[in-house]
Design a protein around this ligand. Sequence first.
Ligand code: NAD
Length: 447
Amino acid sequence: MRLTVIGTGYVGTVHAACMADIGHEVLGIDIDAERIASLSAGRAPIHEAGLSELLARTVASGRLRFSTSLAAGALFATTHFVCVGTPQRSDSDAADLRFVDAVIDGLAPHLRHGSLVVGKSTVPVGTAERLARRLAGAATGAEVAWNPEFLREGSAVQDTMHPERLVVGVTSERADAVLREVYEPMLRAGVPYVSTDPATAELVKVAANSFLATKISFINAMSEVCEAAGADATVLARAIGADSRIGPLFLEPGLGFGGSCFPKDIRAFAARAEELGAGAAVVFLHEVDRINTRQRLRTVETSRRLLGGSVMARRIGVLGAAFKPGSDDVRDSPALAVAMALQEQGAFVRVHDPEALDNARAACPELAYALDIPKACEDADLVLHLTSWPEYRRIDPVALAAVVREPLLLDARTGLDEPSWRAAGWTVHALGRPMRRTPELASGGAS
Ligand code: NAD
């Protein structure tokens, strides 16, 4: 089939390359000419496992090409996937739909008869219906469907090639047939395919993200109580996660969620529910958001207490800048938020990340960065573990102890092996684990 993929960011680049790999002829379109030039040369603009190889292969095959022209896209194919961003509006919690609307308006005058526009962006319920009305005036016989994207950054290629389910919201059998043909290899492999109306499809996405965000904030709320009670949240998480009705995934106490999806998606969902008169049903999402934000403050506050009440002029080595491991995405990164807050309080912060340094530098030029872990931690009074990259679990705590000024670690992702760090002479604190009091904590401002 011939397809276009409009918006070649994290979702669009991966979707375009995967669709080409399963045999379709794909034209990726973006307004960012620099990005299109790099993609046309087969270079991935983002870090994702397996993406560079996949992109190089599909571009070389001739099945994947790129353009900046929506008009060219409208002529190239009759099936168009829309993967542009839907960030939070600057003046409210609602989603900013101006990029989606611009794509519809840009495509409309050029669409071939019977075209299908398939949204993959995460949008407020009712968007597909609104866009269908917007298209109806300009393009004859064009249809809008919604096919929400569930890929996770860090395993985006794997998730696209082997999704846990496909959800399509359609208004005709024809649209359903087109999407079944697009995803034929996945359907043949037995991937569950849920075909429903657009409103349900749109809601599936935000409901799934709300559930996951709630699970993370739930365990972090438990972690706060554990810390106050001198109990261990990681043991608690393991014990409740063993119940098959609860499950162990997304139940790791720590610094909480960030990135370009969960925070803005739960806010936009609450705002949309409010517009629909159903705000009371999801009022808990505001608390989920507050608990999440509190973990960043809690990490900053714990750092301050570990350093005897002030971080002023103290050196802090930060491990991690990406919002999650496996990605170079720093949008709403909890790690960078903590690093920035400590720097603003007068600390000298130096940040390491295996993949996200360029993006972090662009987002927070005020911070210092290091290309390797020992450099980030050199002469540090405190080391913070803020993104759970596997590299950090492989650190030799004996070697790292030799470069710091004080072997003091705050594990805000509760992912490091505490006993081996302690054995190497480190004083280790982890969010949600009983505080082991240092002399400073016992005498100064500890509570
Ligand atoms: P992104 O910001 O990485 O990419 C968006 C791209 O769209 C950019 O390259 C931008 O230049 C391009 N664009 C903007 N306006 C355009 C236009 N008029 N024509 C063509 N291109 C245009 O965004 P993303 O992270 O890929 O997310 C895209 C959507 O998918 C969002 O709605 C997001 O919520 C959703 N989503 C994201 C993820 C994720 O993990 N990133 C997962 C599932 C769903």
